[in-house]
Design a protein around this ligand. Structure first.
Ligand SMILES: Nc1ncnc2c1ncn2[C@@H]1O[C@H](COP(=O)(O)OP(=O)(O)OP(=O)(O)O)[C@@H](O)[C@H]1O
Length: 310
């Protein structure tokens, strides 16, 4: 079946097996045009393999996928012309300057010479790299390198962008900058598929797909995901939150516990259990400073869903 016109991506029973290991397991997924679509899941969940399948770098073991209406099985070369892919090991040339790196990718993608100056100026502006255009890539900070990688990935104006953990190891301020760029791209109508291990980033996506062991467990808008979370959540501020987390995990009716700095999130089978949790903590000499009902974060949902799987 061909993809719909409003669809950026459609997969049908897409699978990839390595030996006895199923990295992507009969995946059926549709991403609409103009989405900023997040892939999350623990290490080894199959996110990178999925991105490599969709970018036509890796052949599927079975099933098919359409990217911009083109099949990965027999239109891989056309797909590559219309997409941008920033892999975890995106190749920047450390000895070349920012400008030279962008020009290198412009050559690689045969960007017409006349179109280059305005496009490159825009990309440099976009990524705040104009003042650094003559700096060697090797001398850029981690955050700037990622922005340069993105600029290189965008030089041939792809319709669909695939980013594999682009902000991994980047400081929080640079991560926010990077996301500002992604939102600008979203406003321009570019579809982006991004894998991330930062769950606060997943909250910023239009929709999030949660993977584990090659299988798609959930796909939803972050808000809807939070609203449909089946368990009441209690947020408790306390001292020694780690120990509080350990104690809480063992209590009856506690579905799940996540520890965040000076507070814990507890999901319960029934709201009334909250008082018993607080009492149990106090009995173990934990100082409970405050408590309130809370909305679950994507992290709570993620931990709870993966937990039920095992
Ligand atoms: N080329 C390969 N040969 C053999 N096994 C592979 C290969 N590529 C991936 N795998 C296996 O497939 C599974 C999924 O890996 P994948 O890299 O896609 O996961 P991931 O979710 O992207 O995790 P990470 O974020 O750590 O890269 C893993 O068990 C991995 O060991």
């Amino acid at each position: 079946m061909m993809g719909d016109k409003s669809e950026a991506i459609r997969t049908e029973n897409l699978s990839r097996i390595f030996g006895t290991n199923t990295a992507v397991d009969r995946l059926n997924l549709t991403v609409e045009k103009g989405e900023l679509f997040g892939l999350v899941g623990p290490d080894g969940a199959g996110k990178t393999t999925l991105l490599r399948l969709l970018t036509a770098i890796l052949d599927p073991s079975s099933g098919n996928a359409w990217v911009g209406g083109r099949s990965i099985l027999d239109e891989g070369e056309e797909i590559k012309e219309h997409i941008g892919y920033m892999s975890q090991r995106f190749g920047l040339y450390e000895d070349l300057t920012v400008m030279e790196n962008i020009l290198f990718y412009a050559d690689l993608y045969d960007v017409p010479k006349k179109e280059r100056p305005p496009r490159i100026e825009r990309l440099l502006g976009f990524s705040n790299l104009t003042p650094f255009k003559d700096r060697r890539a090797g001398n850029l900070s981690g955050g700037m390198k990622q922005k340069l990688g993105l600029a290189c990935t965008l030089v041939h104006t792809p319709e669909i962008l695939f980013l594999d953990e682009p902000t991994n190891g980047v400081d929080p301020v640079s991560r926010r900058d990077f996301w500002r760029i992604l939102y600008d791209l979203l406003r321009e109508g570019i579809t982006t598929i991004i894998s991330t291990s930062y769950l606060d980033e997943a909250e910023r996506c239009t929709r999030v797909a949660l993977f584990d062991k090659g299988r798609l467990l959930l796909v939803e808008k972050p808000d809807a995901m939070r609203r449909s979370f089946p368990y009441p959540m209690l947020e408790i501020w306390c001292d020694d939150s780690r120990r509080a987390g350990e104690i809480t995990k063992r209590l009856e009716g506690v579905k799940n516990v996540s520890v965040y700095g000076d507070r814990i999130h507890v999901s319960l089978d029934r709201e009334e259990r909250g008082d018993a949790v607080v009492t149990a903590l106090r009995n173990e000499s934990i100082r409970v400073l405050d408590q309130r009902a809370a909305m679950p974060s994507i992290e709570d949902i993620f931990i709870s869903t993966i937990g039920q799987e095992q």
